[in-house]
Every structure is written in structure tokens, then in C-alpha cells.
Write a protein that binds this ligand. Structure first.
Ligand code: DAT
Ligand code: MG
Length: 147
């Protein structure tokens, strides 16, 4: 089953949006397999955003993501990488549609509340930048047959 790394960024934690964001992911039918409130280290941040190293906004991105606690999560489901990014909405707030998390709650692009892996390969790398394998729960939900 596909897994993805989703992370409520420091702005989402500060604004008290953890519960509402998690509810949307549960409502969609994804299965939560790991979650914890952590402060991202400089090393983890640089690894997480390695694809953006060298871009003008990279230093601000690292400063922002390490500026306070984040809510790190692993979610599971069919096509969860692509479907969760649809729920999250576009990167730029001007393009994030109403009904998406960013479209409904974010008003400035860098403060866009939540990260979602962009491919199954990124997900694998990102999950293990923040979690150990034994932190991922293995369990079945009977409701899965109805989703
Ligand atoms: P996403 O978070 O939608 O996967 P991304 O991987 O392209 O987007 O960029 C990572 C984060 O960097 C994004 O959530 C916000 C920030 N960012 C991206 N492009 C930016 C830009 N042009 N100016 C400022 N911040 C930007
Ligand atoms: Mg990205």
C-alpha cells in the first residue's frame, strides 16, 4: 500500500490547525500510520528540501521549517501521494483553489501550512528522514472495504 509523508508546518501548528487538517485527511479515508510533534533540525531541513538547494528562497525555507514544532505524519492509501496533494492544493496561494487546505487556510505562499511528498520515491526518502521504521504502525481498518 502506498505511503506519503505529510507535515503540518510551523504556521499550521501555531495557528491551531492540526486537528482540522488531520480531520480532512481522515475524512478522505486515508489511514494514519505515524504522527509526532517534532522540531526539525537544520540537517533534516536541508535534506528534506535538497531539491531546492541553491534557489533564492532556500535559506528562508530552512529557517521557516526549523522555526518551531511541526506535526510530522505518515499516511497510507491507494494513490495517497497524488490524492493528498490534491487535498493540499497548489503551492502558490494565488493558485490554491477553495476547498483545498491551502486554498481555505493559507494567504501567503511560503506560509502554506502543510508539506506533501510529490512522488512515492520522495515519500520513501522523506518518511525515513523523520521516522524510524518501527515508528510506523501496521494495522487494518475494517472500514477499508467501504472506501
Ligand atoms: P510544494 O510544497 O507544493 O511541494 P515546492 O516543493 O515547489 O512546493 O516548494 C517547497 C516550498 O518552498 C513551498 O511549499 C513553499 C516554498 N516555495 C516554493 N516556491 C517558492 C517561491 N517561488 N518563493 C518562495 N517560496 C517558495
Ligand atoms: Mg515539494
Amino acid at each position: 500500500m502506498e505511503q506519503t509523508y505529510l507535515m503540518i508546518k510551523p504556521d499550521g501548528v501555531q495557528r491551531g490547525l492540526i486537528g482540522r487538517i488531520v480531520s480532512r485527511l481522515e475524512d478522505k479515508g486515508f489511514k494514519l500510520v505515524a504522527a509526532k510533534l517534532i522540531t526539525v533540525t537544520d540537517e533534516q531541513a536541508k535534506k528534506h528540501y535538497a531539491e531546492h538547494a541553491g534557489k533564492d528562497f532556500f535559506p528562508n525555507l530552512v529557517t521557516f521549517i526549523t522555526s518551531g514544532p511541526v506535526f510530522a505524519m505518515v499516511w497510507e492509501g491507494d494513490d495517497v501521494v497524488a490524492l493528498s496533494r490534491l487535498l493540499i492544493g497548489k503551492t502558490r496561494v494565488g493558485e490554491a483553489l477553495p476547498g483545498t487546505i491551502r486554498g481555505d487556510f493559507a494567504s501567503h505562499t511560503p506560509l502554506n501550512l502543510i508539506h506533501g511528498s510529490d512522488s512515492p520515491e520522495s515519500a520513501e526518502r522523506e518518511i525515513f528522514n523523520f521516522f524510524a521504521a518501527d515508528e510506523l504502525a501496521k494495522y487494518n481498518k475494517d472500514i477499508a472495504a467501504w472506501l
